[in-house]
Design a protein around this ligand. Structure first.
Ligand code: 0A1
Ligand code: ZN
Length: 881
């Protein structure tokens, strides 16, 4: 097999041809859909070879059966064009012409879920990044922008609803029981934002009046049985539209905005112009079927896709290397929105926890890449945590360095300068620079350099000189293909905390900075001398996680306990609690490795927990976060060699000892947060539920009698899925299978008709910590509700097992690895995008002991022997390099 080639940012060339207008006609049939495409083409003046000689027109196209090509009304003979598996090339075209192609495609056989496919009997599309080439021949690149007119023809009984981008302009009946609708999208867009949906759907309709007084029709289209799960998405959509007007001055620009829920979808959702297509898991929610976390995810994803209307659609990306231009910025926007709608400190804690576990692991692994990669083999592999989450952190640093007003001026300028254009990251940063007068030359390294910087901090107090000198040193370890790392601009928000728990006034080089400051670390090492310091302070560093780095400071556990109580920054109070817990967990891990299973948990952590449980009532939502021990995945990230068994034992033991000592407090916490009244997805109620369920989880960790009773009663009362799922999970994960198994059975009987609930049923079982789980995973793969062609099912069963059940996935007999590899091999044929994502845990083998490394490599090599898709090929080659 010829090896797939890499594409390089440095090779970018502007397109030789532009498409002035795109007219599409779809005659829908599941196994043979005919697509007629009429393109008005114009050769770019710079690309013309002479006065009338034009460069070849090279169109992308894959899995298409070509029926006909004509130019300006004349059908071409087969020797007048060249056709390959990936391209259609035409030579000697007039500088302006009309090209018509007719192709036939097979949506029913499309299990890759890119292009036009069938999901639960409806037609839908996914064109980002390069799916449009599976629909018709086209210059499938984001810097070719056109207006689209789309006519969708289909059988009226099967597909009463026919949707595409823009506004419906014509509809009518046709012979043979068919009908059609024509849609016109007046906005210039690249083909990756094209969408089509056809099916038997019903809508939840509402409207929104924009800031300039225009009425916009809002429609959420779903299968009839899901109509009672659309209210939360609609509420979130309206809140997002309002927020974007108020915070960014962005108004919606069409008369209609539609969302469609589909069951088979590779990602979360897609921002197609005026017609967002969503994975049903990111749009459908009601309190019987969805947890609080799912509600928050719906709110966040609805906002994310809506915000793309400006950051992504009105201003799009010049090429796919610029992906973070739209994704990093849009994630930053949706994170800010969710923070405004809920508890801002909790949102920050959750986002940082995710970044530090998953993105830092990516940045330390074989597929590490910069926020703007320099090359890729398969662009689908680059929809990563680095592009999205680290990209958002980079925008957040820009926003914080500029301050609210200058950042808003910068974003206004960016949208004004680039509206209707395909832009680059330089365009974004240059608008920020122009609006603020700040030089971003060195800052741009954040986009080019992979890896997580480490900042080592140390402090010296000089009692005689009354100074406190803080020294910061930055280093970034080499990443694949990038050995040399240059110093970055690292904003470190900080304060100095006095012994009585107050922020000291900061004076640096004679300048009074107030009680908090942002130090800008720009060199490999820098010292900052604070004057007028009477007594040794405790530094509070990287407040609010002001930069995506690993910051080390040699805190004593007493200092951590002190900051956990007194830091004026809520994020850092949580962070210090996590550091203290991590230290205590590391003691227990060491004890486990020595064979000492009687070891006791550090008293200082017990005291800290007692303080949390009995002290002044603080923000409930933050308290729930503070009562959660660092996850196994986060603990693993901190270890040189990951010992999954020690980590699992230490965390379980710490939980059990906390529960034993603080049993009464946890019971009291449970009861104090049992709520009556109607369910609402408000963050106050969510905080109560998470506190209550955290308490229950501690009690169930020791299989406490009262805990067992409470869990069973909670499951039986069944007021909402958050409480049901929490109780069911604890019962299923306990040793008491005589309680867990019947509960699982009853749950399946009640919910077998609801795929999203069944996803949860799978996830609950495959996270069971006992060793019997692997057989259960294999057994469940045969369950009628499971399907390898449905990405949600694959994620719920296989992804959850491999990603969250770490002790069992990493079993020393290698059976967990083998199971994952078997699935990857199957999926490589069915859905390469999902195959290349689900494989991730196997690619991280270097983090484990030699025996596990060997087992994981064996499985990767077994995968490498297959005929691989580009997606899996790229990941496996990088992992084994
Ligand atoms: N732009 C979407 C993400 C997305 C990317 C690829 C997809 O299909 C392979 C689907 C969605 C977003 O950021 O939400
Ligand atoms: Zn996005």
């Amino acid at each position: 097999m010829s090896q797939p080639a890499a594409i390089h940012l440095a090779d970018y060339q502007a397109p030789a041809w532009q498409v002035l207008e795109t007219r599409l006609t779809f005659e829908l049939e599941p196994s043979a859909t005919r697509v007629t495409t009429v393109l008005t083409l114009e050769c770019n003046p710079d690309a013309a070879i002479g006065s009338d000689a034009t460069p070849p027109l090279v169109l992308n196209g894959e899995h298409l059966t070509l029926e006909r090509v004509s130019v300006d009304g004349r059908v071409l003979a087969s020797d007048e064009f060249t056709i390959s598996e990936t391209h259609l090339t035409l030579d000697g075209l007039p500088a302006r012409c009309e090209l018509e192609t007719v192709v036939v495609i097979d949506p029913a056989a499309n299990t890759a879920l890119e292009g036009l496919y069938v999901s639960s009997g409806m037609f839908c599309t996914q064109c980002e990044a390069e799916g449009f080439r599976r629909i018709t021949y086209y210059p499938d690149r984001p810097d070719v922008m056109s207006v689209f007119t789309t006519t969708v023809i289909g059988d009226k009984a099967h597909y009463p609803i026919l949707l595409s981008n823009g506004n419906p302009v014509e509809r009518g009946e046709l012979e043979g029981g068919r009908h059609f609708v024509t849609w016109q999208d007046p906005h210039l867009k690249p083909c990756y934002l094209f969408a089509l949906v056809a099916g038997d759907l019903v809508k939840h309709a509402d409207s929104f009046t924009t800031m300039s007084g225009r009425d916009v029709a809002l429609e959420i289209w779903v299968e009839p049985e899901n109509l009672d799960k659309t209210q939360h998405a609609m509420t979130s959509l309206k809140a997002s539209m309002k927020w974007d007007e108020e915070v960014y001055g962005r108004e919606y620009d069409l008369d209609i905005f539609m969302i469609v829920a589909v069951n088979d979808f590779n990602m979360g959702a897609m921002e197609n112009k005026g017609l967002n297509i969503f994975n049903s898991s990111c749009v459908l929610a009601n309190h019987d079927t969805a947890t609080d976390a799912a509600f928050q995810r719906v709110e966040g994803v609805v906002a994310h896709e809506y915000f793309h209307n400006w950051s992504g659609n009105r201003v799009t990306c010049r090429d796919w290397f610029q992906l973070s231009l739209k994704e990093g910025f849009t994630v930053y926007r949706d994170q800010s929105f969710s923070a405004d709608m809920n508890s801002a400190p909790v949102k920050r804690i959750e986002d940082v926890a995710m970044l530090r576990t998953a993105q830092f692991a990516e940045d330390a692994g074989p597929t590490a890449h910069p926020v703007r990669p320099a090359s890729y083999i398969e662009i689908s592999n680059f929809y990563t945590l680095t592009i999205y989450e680290k990209g958002s952190e980079v925008v957040r640093m820009v926003a914080n360095l500029l301050g609210k007003e200058a950042f808003r001026r910068g974003s206004d300028l960016y949208f004004a300068q680039n509206d209707g254009r395909a832009a680059t990251i330089e365009d974004f940063i240059s608008a920020m620079s122009e609006a603020s007068g700040r030089d971003f030359t060195q800052f741009m390294r954040w986009y080019a350099q992979a890896g997580t910087p480490e900042v080592a901090a140390s402090g010296v107090f000089d009692a005689t000189a009354k100074t406190y000198t803080l020294t910061l040193r930055q280093t970034t370890a080499p990443t694949p293909g990038q050995n040399e790392k240059l110093p970055l601009v690292i904003p470190v928000r900080m304060g100095l905390v006095s012994a009585d728990g107050h922020d000291l006034p900061l004076v640096l080089e004679g300048a009074s900075l107030g009680s908090e400051s942002v130090l800008e670390l720009t060199e490999a090492e820098q010292s900052f001398v604070f004057t007028g310091i009477e007594h040794a302070p405790v530094p509070s560093l990287l407040r609010g996680f002001s930069a995506p780095v690993k910051l080390g400071f040699d805190y004593s556990r007493e200092q951590l306990a002190f900051l956990m109580q007194h830091d004026s920054d809520g994020f850092n109070r949580w962070e210090c609690g996590q550091r203290l817990a991590l230290a205590a967990l590391e003691d227990l891990m060491a004890a486990f490795q020595r064979g000492d299973k009687q070891a006791h948990l550090d008293e200082r952590l017990l005291a800290a927990y007692r303080f949390l449980l009995t002290g002044e009532p603080t923000d409930r939502a933050v308290l729930a976060e503070m009562l959660t021990l660092p996850s196994e995945a986060y603990i693993a990230e901190q270890q040189a060699v990951v010992d999954v068994d020690a980590i699992h034992w230490a965390r379980k033991t710490a939980k059990a000892q906390l529960a034993t000592v603080l049993r009464e407090e946890f019971v009291a916490l449970y009861h104090a947060n049992e709520q009556q009244g109607e369910y609402a997805p408000t963050f106050e109620q969510m905080a109560r539920r998470s506190l209550k369920n955290a308490a229950l989880s501690y009690l169930m960790g020791i299989e406490d009698k009262e805990g067992m009773r409470l869990a069973q009663a909670q499951l039986a009362a069944a007021h909402n899925m958050t409480d049901v799922r929490a109780a069911l999970t604890l019962l299923v994960h306990s040793s008491r299978t005589e309680l867990g198994n019947p509960a699982l059975k009853a749950f399946a009987e009640r919910w077998s008709h609801d795929p999203l609930v069944m996803d949860q049923w799978f996830a609950i079982q495959v996270t069971r910590p006992q060793a019997d789980v692997l057989d259960r995973v294999r057994f469940l793969m045969e369950h009628p509700a499971f399907s390898l062609t449905n990405p949600n099912k694959v994620r719920a069963l296989i992804g959850t097992f491999a990603g969250q059940n770490r002790v069992n996935f990493h079993r020393i007999d290698g059976e967990g690895y083998r199971l994952l590899a078997d699935v990857v091999i199957e999926l490589n044929r069915l859905n390469p995008d999902i195959a290349a994502r689900i494989i991730t845990p196997l690619t991280r083998f270097k983090r484990f002991d030699a025996a596990r490394q060997a087992l994981m490599k064996t499985e990767l090599e077994r995968i490498r022997n297959e005929k691989l898709s580009r997606n899996v090929y790229e990941v496996v080659e990088k992992a084994l390099a």
